[in-house]
Design a binder for this molecule. Structure first.
Ligand code: MTE
Ligand code: MO
Length: 383
């Protein structure tokens, strides 16, 4: 693979792997703003960043089980109604390093910042599909039927799974309310190479792995995509499954992510002077579920109090409210009066009353995905 033409990256990023480039913001940088600056946004790659030399001749092939296969040029996509959707993209591997401390897992290590919140600009996938004759769908459809598959232009070798691909159910792809985008902008700017220039898919509420970058093809297919990242990765197995007894076909590819939260104003272990400590972080859930509560404990989980949640500074956040960004994280803030050595714990509750599990053991899985256990940080007081 050729890594000689990678874009330049922000020097403050925490680099977890150089080739392919995988990096996350520091905790404090991540929660400094509701919308994550592009430079500090999670960079999650499985190969070199592709270069498109001739953008005028770039097009997306739309084919598969449709009557009129089409080539859609960038301008064809831009002619469709433009939507701006603020959505958090979280890698399923977020917080993997912590899971690996319990029992070793395989995969790139990530702290708590393998995510970002951006305003994505682009056409709705439902409009793109309608343009080529696939009707809108507004009811919930089972995942067992047809899928819409996205394939990237990247030149990933065949033994590594070939070009990166993923799929979502047809009913999800064709539902305008699902806000799935074929995006060409991120935070009001042209999409950067690292994030999928010229076009990427953004599937709100679903693990980042399904938001395919550098889009080359959209295919309507009979069943879910058979690519490596759908079938041999990004599946959630029980703690009893290990590399010697795994049967990949027994599980479905992960789609929605579960409820998650983390403290970002503090590291795992901190030396502090006793007094008031501001605790900030993020909480989010999948499938468009809002965040009903963010609970904080300083006594090991015996008692809890609520942290203030917000998306826009000064506007109270209410899950499900018309003014809230349904696909985006909420930030939280509280102040703790620290007298001696203290552990601070955070857990969130989503609008379906789903909660985060207390311990990592119960959700441990060999690939180290979806670590959503209570997040804990330790404060060691110095005098
Ligand atoms: N698309 C392509 N073509 N290649 C990739 O390696 N990585 C996926 C997804 N789309 C990937 C991809 C994964 S696992 C994640 S978490 C997100 O992109 C990360 O998107 P970002 O780098 O823009 O944050
Ligand atoms: Mo990911």
């Amino acid at each position: 693979s050729d890594y000689s033409q990678e874009p330049t990256r922000h020097p403050s990023l925490r680099i977890n792997a150089k080739e392919p480039f995988n990096a996350e913001a520091t905790r404090r940088d991540l929660v400094a703003s509701y919308v994550t600056p592009v430079d500090l946004f999670l960079k999650r790659n499985h190969g070199p960043i592709p270069i498109l030399h001739d953008i005028d001749s770039y097009y997306v092939t739309v084919a598969g089980l449709i009557e009129r296969p089409a080539k859609l040029y960038l301008n064809d996509i831009k002619k469709l109604p433009k939507y701006n959707v603020t959505a958090t993209l979280q890698c399923a591997g977020n917080r993997r390093t912590e899971m690996s401390k319990n029992r070793k897992v395989r995969g790139v290590g990530w702290d708590v910042c393998a995510l970002g919140n951006a305003t994505w600009g682009g056409a709705k996938l439902s409009d793109v599909l309608q343009l080529i004759g696939v009707a809108y769908h507004t009811e919930i459809t089972p995942s067992g039927g047809k899928h819409v598959e996205f394939t990237s232009v990247d030149q990933c070798p065949e033994e590594k799974g070939g070009p990166y691909k993923a799929s979502i159910p047809l009913g999800h792809a064709t539902n305008p309310a699902a806000d799935v985008l074929v995006a060409y902008e991120m935070n009001g700017e042209v999409l950067k190479r690292d994030h999928g220039y010229p076009l990427r898919v953004v599937v709100p509420g679903v693990i980042g792995a399904r938001s395919v970058k550098w889009l080359d093809r959209i295919d309507i297919i009979e069943e879910e995509c058979q690519g490596f990242f759908m079938q041999k990765d990004y599946k959630m197995f029980p703690p009893s499954v290990d590399w010697d007894n795994i049967v990949w076909s027994t599980r479905k590819p992960q789609m929605d992510y579960p409820v998650q939260s983390a403290i970002c104003s503090l590291e795992d272990t901190n030396a502090i002077i006793p007094g008031e400590v501001t605790v900030t972080g993020y909480a989010l859930s999948g499938g468009g579920r809002g965040i009903e509560r963010v609970d904080i404990s300083t006594d090991g989980g015996k008692t809890w109090f609520g942290a203030v949640r917000y998306q826009k500074e000064g506007v109270p956040y209410v899950a499900g409210d018309i003014s809230s960004d349904k696909w985006a994280w909420v930030l939280f803030k509280t102040v703790v009066d620290v007298k001696g050595d203290t552990e601070i714990i955070v857990k969130a509750v989503d609008s379906s009353a789903n909660v985060q599990p207390e311990s990592v053991e119960t959700i441990w899985n060999l690939r180290g995905i979806l670590n959503t256990c209570w997040h804990r940080v330790r404060l060691l007081t110095i005098h």
